[in-house]
Ligand binder design. Sequence first.
Ligand code: GLU
Length: 307
Amino acid sequence: MDYQAILEEIYEEIQPELKRGKVADYIPALAKVEQEQFAMTITLEDGSVFSVGDAKKQFSIQSISKVFTFTLALDLYSTELYKRVGVEPSGNPFNSLVQLEYENGIPRNPFINAGAIAITDSLVTYYKDQYKTLEVIMNFVRDLSGNPSLSFDQEVANSEMAHGDRNLSLAHLMKSFGNFENDVTNTVMTYFKHCSITMSTEELSRAFLFLAFAGKDPITGREFITSSKTKRINAVMLTCGHYDASGEFAFHVGLPAKSGVGGGIAAVVPGKMSIAVWSPALNKYGNSHAGTLALEKFTTKTGVSIF
Ligand code: GLU
């Protein structure tokens, strides 16, 4: 299959869509990002890479980082982790407090904010220190992406903290139910920092390749997590990866994937490839408008999907 030609076709078709949607503005540092941008990369088992657009430009990966932290925590805690975080779609906005209250402080899944904050808390407990935790997360993402100098954007993290009342409330609410072990402010700051990691579509697609190959990076041969846990991670991405539009995404695209409010989406085609797409303007659910359409076009044109 001529993947480059297919990506170029998508790139042409998507141009009029770049004007639609709206860049996230609840994090002021993200509101400054220029709207009409687009990049898409696929990485195959043998390391071949196909891209269109500004595939080397780094953007804020935001909630896509939740896949990396979930992977680390699942590897460390195994099924014990599910005592603190469920695996059901929430059907609610990503930062909802209501459901957390009536479900006794146990977040529905690791990809809504409460769930991801609980996961970060579990990592801080394990590593006994917020800085060590961040270092482990950063080094994991560096290993996965093959870029040892990957970093996070302190300005974005500070901006999130300055407007972090809701996320802090989620953590406090979990603490009131006994589902939070460390200092709320420091742990939520660690969460903001990993959300502020900046990566390009080339780096992100490379970093997701292990999830397409049963937990093992097919290029380096390194196993990051077991195949059975990889199955769980991909299942949670499919059912919970796009906030309360996860059903719609599965319906139109048909791939396990995770989005972030920076406009990125990383997707997995098990046994074949990983895909990353970025376009900062979001649809009403907080997922990249053009990015979602591009993935839908990709699975339609290539016939690759898990169904
Ligand atoms: N750091 C963002 C927040 O907590 C993540 C949101 C997202 O990408 O869904 O609000």
